[in-house]
Design a protein around this ligand. Structure first.
Ligand code: NAD
Ligand code: TYD
Length: 353
């Protein structure tokens, strides 16, 4: 069947990997990438596929309900894969309302347009909402998040994503819309904006700048190769039952400080620096407010039902990621010039001891 798929947020980190995988794997689909191109969205992320015959980019804002309705009337998408979001916890602490607007209102605008446009034929249309494990809150030293863990978000970011997940489920339960949700752990890989821990640390180590570690560096995250996330989205989009939820994660927990030390060792080797040179840049800074201690995903449902497994070991993936950043200086310079400098100064001035 020929499918027209509207992917939102396709110019961002994960969205660009999803768009690329779909363009390459499904020549008979039409992929429309709808993105506002905020500071986090960058068409350079899709340079290699921008001329593909089954791909089109549309610039637009999901918070604009009239625009979204019009877009649905013009394009008649068969399905939506929704990734557009404000995605950085630290920014949500300083500007929570932007997160409410894009993550909650933007999602509901898309749901409303889908509900109206697809009325009478929900069985042949799908709304896939991409979400995060952060909606489940914070774990202690043991345990893992499953699909039935109660929501307990702590940051404005996770609260806005939790709210959007609830709206998506409500449109299934109330109107019968075919929805699917996945909640994934922290992603890493190429094209990751250097406000997040791994690309920020790579960029700072490269430039011999301090590597800021929040608090004692003891918080734990469960890291997954972004292309494995995109592959999971592909499987879930095509195979999940309507109304279903899947957790996605790599069974790959790292304390922040251990991860940074591993990264420093890889960078010393790649940059031909003396062992320990990069680790000397590690600087402990004031902790993030409301900092969740630990995330860990139980993805056995996805592994057992849809036969998905992560393809890369972390050390290998991290080394590949470092290679990508070192080989793509132009990309890094492009995204770290201008307003990034202002963000960085403001964010890390607040965190100085
Ligand atoms: P990102 O910040 O890199 O990209 C977000 C994209 O959305 C950008 O291209 C941006 O321009 C676009 N966008 C933002 N506001 C918009 C608006 N109002 N209208 C249209 N487009 C808009 O984010 P990401 O890391 O790629 O995350 C993508 C999705 O995956 C998000 O929904 C996020 O919550 C979820 N997620 C991310 C992670 C992670 O580790 N990064 C993990 C699990 C889930
Ligand atoms: P981040 O990449 O922002 O992802 P999230 O908060 O969504 O998990 O942060 C990952 C972890 O790294 C988190 O525990 C916060 C910490 N962190 C630092 O220690 N220093 C930094 O400069 C940043 C951005 C994050």
């Amino acid at each position: 069947m020929r499918k027209k798929i509207l992917i939102t947020g396709g110019a961002g980190f994960i969205g660009s990997h999803v768009v690329r995988q779909f363009i390459k794997k499904y020549a008979d689909y039409q992929i429309i990438n709808l993105d506002k191109l905020t500071y986090a969205g960058n068409l350079l992320n899709l340079k290699d596929v921008e001329d593909a015959p089954n791909y089109r980019f549309i610039k637009g804002d999901i918070t604009d309900a009239a625009f979204i309705t019009e877009l649905f009337h013009q394009e008649h998408p068969d399905a939506v894969i929704h990734l557009a979001a404000e995605s950085h916890v630290d920014r949500s602490i300083s500007s929570p309302m932007e997160f409410v607007m894009t993550n909650v209102i933007g999602t509901v605008n898309l749901l409303n347009a889908a509900k109206e446009m697809w009325k009478g034929d929900y069985a042949n249309h799908r709304f896939y909402h991409v979400s995060t494990d952060e909606v489940y809150g914070s774990l202690g030293e043991t345990g893992m998040f499953t699909e039935t863990t109660a929501y307990d978000p702590h940051s404005p970011y996770s609260a806005s994503k939790a709210s959007s997940d609830h709206f998506v489920r409500a449109y299934h339960d109330t109107y019968g819309l075919d929805v699917v949700i996945s909640n994934c752990s922290n992603n890493y890989g190429s094209h990751h904006f250097p406000e997040k821990l791994i690309p920020l640390a790579i960029n700072n180590i490269k430039n011999n700048k301090p590597v800021p570690v929040y608090g004692k560096g003891e918080n734990i995250r469960d890291w997954l190769w972004v292309e494995d996330h995109a592959a999971a989205i592909d499987r879930i989009f095509h195979q999940a039952k309507a109304g279903d939820t899947y957790n996605i994660g790599g069974h790959n927990e790292w304390k922040n400080i251990d991860l940074i030390h591993l990264l420093c060792r890889i960078m010393d080797e790649k940059l031909g620096r003396e062992a320990g040179a990069s680790a000397a840049l590690i600087t402990y800074v004031t902790d993030r407010a409301g900092h969740d201690l630990r995330y860990a995903i139980d993805s056995s449902k996805l592994q057992n039902e849809l036969n998905w497994t992560p393809s890369l070991q972390f050390e290998e993936g991290l080394a590949k990621t470092v290679d990508w950043y070192l080989e793509n200086e132009e990309w890094l310079e492009n995204v770290t010039s201008g307003i990034y400098q202002d963000y960085y100064k403001e964010q890390y001035a607040e965190h100085e001891h």
